[in-house]
Structure formats: structure tokens, C-alpha cells
Design a binder for this molecule. Structure first.
Ligand code: G4P
Length: 291
């Protein structure tokens, strides 16, 4: 399966990001807990050097919890602050304010030594499309927060949400462009729905997902769709079609429809909590490539 995809508007997004990063102290980077590496754009490390960094494993409710914890450890070892959240239901959101303070401790300390007191930390949320940036900002800001900014001479054109006296958040998130020189990464982004389905062949994508699930989560498909085990992913799609009564106009089974059902069920967590990549595997792949 081959993807070639780079939306033109991402160039504009990058330029905006560079502008906005100048204004802030802390980058809050959302990644998808099911693919914490593949949903990152490593360019952010270069763009955000010298800034405090916080990584949020968002959609943690859709990923396996022991894997979430492994990923938190992975990122913390690399020097980021990291926490898991479920922005949709608000899980983990309460602790974020103190996590932000902690992530910016060095900066606050530096300010204090220079005699700058009570200057709020300014933060920006960034992440690839659909990772949950708006949902997170809404969950964090809630209704109680006053919007600041647009005051003459203060923050021309920028809206800041005052979370409390210590933290202000830029109200527009930074969009990172998914990055995949690697087909494997493209595939995982497609599984979670970050790349539009129209440019991918649904059945081919779904059969790749079947292949992955059979290898890493054996029994999940059999249990969910009440089907038998098969070595052939297309046969599995046929069985799902049969079990879900997906019929074509003729008399055959509609595997295209079954493929769409499977992808939907996976994306909505209907197959259970599933993580598509582990820190261990990521490390192995990296070493394999550098060899
Ligand atoms: P973006 O700004 O980064 O582009 O993402 P956005 O907030 O629009 O969220 C994209 C989708 O992800 C939304 O679903 C949102 O509800 C869902 N989402 C965000 N955070 C979480 C989370 O922590 N857990 C889960 N399970 N889902 C999350 P949608 O399908 O577009 O809408 P809806 O299902 O909410 O109606």
C-alpha cells in the first residue's frame, strides 16, 4: 500500500506555528495514545527548542492502559513531562494545571531570580488533525474562563484564555502535519482515521488491520463478530460481512461494507482498548533502520 500525501495548507500551518511559538513558554503537544509516535511530527522538537514541553497521551480511553503507562515512561525518560488524558470525558484534565506548573518550573524559577514575579505561563496546544486539540481546550478551559487579549498594545490579534492567575492558553491550536516517510506510519495514521479514507482503498486498509489484530490481539475479531479464525484477512472480511448481513446487490457478501464497519468499530473503541505501537517495537524499528 502506498501513500503520497502532503496537503498544501500545511505549509501555511507551519508558518503560523513558527509565529505563535515565539509568543509562548510551553508547548502542550497532543498525541494519540494508540500511536504515540506515529501521531507526532518530530519537526516540533526543532520548532519548539528552548520551550518547556508537555506531551499528552490523548484518547487514552481507546488505548490499552498498561501501554499508556509504558509510553508515559518512554516520554519522561526523554525529558518531556507526560500525562494521559481522555479529553472527551474529562479524565485526567483536573491534574493538568499542576502538571503545567511543574513542566514550567525551570522557567518560573529563572523569572523569579530575575525579579519577574507573577508572570503567567503562556501555553499553546499543538497536534495533528483530529487528535483532539479542540476537545482538549474546551475540556480544560470549560465555561468559567475569561478570554483575554485583543487589548490594545497587549496581544494584538491573539486570543488568550486565562485558565487561572498562573496560566494563559492561546485559544487557537497549532496544527501539525502528519509525517510519514515510512509506509508503516502512514498505515497506522489511516487506521485511526487521520488520513482521509477516500485516498485509501477501504478493503485493503481493513485487511491490514485484520492482519495486525490477528498478530497482536488474537481472538478480538472472533469474539466481536462471532466468526471463525482465518489466516486470510480477506476471508475474515467475508466472514464479518456474513455475520453482519452485508449483502451486495447480487447474492454475494459485501466485503467493502464489512471493511467500513470494522474500521469504524476500531476507531470508536468497539473492539476494546487497542494500542497499535509499543515503545519496544518503536525502538526495534529505529535500530533496524540505522543499521
Ligand atoms: P482536533 O481539534 O485536533 O482536530 O480534534 P477534535 O477536538 O475535533 O477531536 C476529534 C475527534 O476526537 C472528535 O470526535 C472528538 O470527540 C474525539 N476525541 C477527542 N478527544 C478524545 C478522547 O480523549 N477520547 C475519545 N474517545 N475521543 C476523543 P468526532 O468523531 O469528530 O466527534 P464526536 O464523536 O465527539 O461527535
Amino acid at each position: 500500500m502506498h501513500f503520497q500525501w502532503y496537503p498544501g495548507h500545511m505549509t501555511k500551518a507551519r508558518r503560523m506555528m513558527q509565529e505563535n511559538i515565539k509568543l509562548i513558554d510551553l508547548i502542550i503537544e497532543l498525541v494519540d495514545a494508540r500511536i504515540p509516535l506515529s501521531s507526532r511530527n518530530p519537526d516540533i522538537d526543532e520548532l519548539g527548542k528552548n520551550k518547556a514541553r508537555l506531551i499528552l497521551l490523548n484518547k487514552a480511553d481507546l488505548a490499552e492502559d498498561r501501554r499508556n503507562d509504558e509510553w508515559l515512561e518512554y516520554f519522561r525518560e526523554k525529558g518531556y513531562s507526560a500525562v494521559k488524558v481522555n479529553s472527551k470525558k474529562g479524565g485526567g484534565i483536573k491534574s493538568i494545571q499542576s502538571v503545567i506548573q511543574e513542566a514550567c518550573r525551570e522557567k518560573t524559577e529563572r523569572d523569579r531570580k530575575r525579579g519577574i514575579l507573577n508572570r503567567p505561563v503562556r501555553a499553546m496546544v499543538v497536534g495533528i488533525p483530529n487528535v483532539g486539540k479542540s476537545t482538549f481546550i474546551n475540556a480544560l478551559a470549560g465555561k468559567a474562563c475569561a478570554k483575554t487579549g485583543n487589548k490594545p498594545g497587549v496581544t494584538k490579534g491573539k486570543q488568550w484564555i486565562r485558565l487561572n492567575k498562573n496560566v494563559e492558553l492561546l485559544d487557537t491550536p497549532g496544527i501539525l502535519w502528519p509525517k510519514f516517510e515510512d509506509q508503516e506510519v502512514g498505515l497506522k495514521l489511516a487506521f485511526i482515521g487521520s488520513i482521509k479514507d477516500e485516498i485509501l482503498q477501504t478493503e485493503e486498509l481493513a485487511s491490514e488491520l485484520v492482519r495486525f489484530l490477528n498478530g497482536s490481539y488474537p481472538g478480538v475479531l472472533e469474539e466481536k463478530y462471532k466468526i471463525g479464525t482465518s489466516e486470510d484477512p480477506y476471508e475474515t472480511l467475508g466472514e464479518i460481512a456474513q455475520s453482519r448481513h452485508c449483502l451486495t446487490k447480487g447474492s454475494g457478501y459485501d466485503t467493502e461494507k464489512a471493511a467500513a464497519i470494522l474500521l469504524d468499530d476500531f476507531r470508536n473503541g468497539q473492539l476494546g482498548r487497542i494500542t497499535l505501537e509499543t515503545p519496544e517495537k518503536a525502538q526495534e524499528q529505529k535500530e533496524g533502520k540505522s543499521r
